[in-house]
Design a protein around this ligand. Structure first.
Ligand code: G3H
Ligand code: ZN
Length: 278
């Protein structure tokens, strides 16, 4: 069943639980994430990034397929537009029926980030769609890692008050697209941000964060945990293993199915870990 982002994040934040938000690149990824959530017995956020939309050439086919998977079955799932910098894409996603969007104005200066995010919030809230925004840029999206960037608690509180966003992505030491899980987070800052900011906090670039540090950051007050690269790594390793073992294999289903199963199992493991943090 499709649910809203706030509906999942607010009770999770109150209980000190984490919510897994994982990226969809292909239909098999979406299937794996829904299967993993069913195995774990937890909800899940299915995210489509603006970059993934660019890869497909358009939003509608992958978004509508992901929405169809989310609507079917017993799993409670949010379909979320991730890292949108294009306001027209936000409007298209809302019209297609996504439950939430992330408008990423982190590369804008503070005033422009506030103004653009506030306009996105006005459009989305009028249509029942929740909004995540980012303040303090989490690096690595362009291959440039900047784990030293930090979001200031006073500025974060002012940003949320000025924009009306429902969730806030903050920079606390993670960086996007890390293939090794070696990031150390600023847990003291997370606790300060959680105390200062009245909406759930979001950790981007969580692939680089080891399991035990993920548990600690959720306990410190982080709620939505975004993971893409790590699950992609699991999926691709399974494809590679099958193709290496069977170099003459032709039917793509024969290597995609084991990759989908492997990704579902890792999704379930992560969701159970996040759910058990409270
Ligand atoms: O928005 C998506 C994430 O922040 C995922 O980042 O690929 O480093 O896990 P990651
Ligand atoms: Zn991200």
């Amino acid at each position: 069943a499709v649910v809203g982002l706030t509906e999942l994040l607010t009770p999770a934040a109150a209980a000190g639980r984490g919510v897994g938000a994982f990226n969809v690149f292909s239909l098999e990824h979406a299937e794996a994430l829904v299967a993993g959530a069913a195995q774990a017995g937890t909800p899940v956020v299915l995210q489509l990034s603006q970059n993934a939309v660019r890869y497909h050439g358009s939003l509608a086919p992958i978004a509508l397929a992901t929405l169809a998977l989310a609507r079917a079955g017993d799993v409670r799932a949010v379909v979320h537009l991730d890292h949108a910098t294009d306001v027209d894409l936000v409007h298209e996603a809302v019209a297609l029926g996504v439950g939430s969007v992330m408008f990423d104005g982190s590369e804008l200066d503070y005033e422009a980030n506030v103004a653009t995010t506030a306009a996105v919030v006005e459009h989305c809230h009028a249509r029942g769609v929740d909004v995540e925004a980012e303040l303090g840029e989490v690096g690595g999206k362009d291959g440039v890692h900047a784990p030293g960037v930090r979001t200031r608690p006073d500025e974060a509180a002012a940003f949320v008050a000025a924009t009306g966003v429902d969730a806030l992505a903050v920079a606390v030491g993670s960086s996007h697209a890390m293939t090794e899980r070696s990031a150390a987070l600023d847990l003291g800052l997370v606790a300060e941000l959680a105390a200062a900011v009245p909406v759930p906090l979001v950790l981007h670039g969580s692939s680089g964060v080891p399991d035990d540090e993920i548990v600690r950051v959720v306990r410190a007050g982080m709620t939505k945990i975004n993971i893409a690269t790590h699950l992609n790594k699991v999926f691709t390793a399974a494809v590679r293993e099958t193709l290496q073992a069977q170099p003459d294999l032709v039917d793509s289903r024969k290597y995609l199915a084991p990759a989908r199963d492997a990704m579902a199992a890792e999704t379930a493991r992560l969701l159970i870990m996040l759910d058990a943090t409270s």
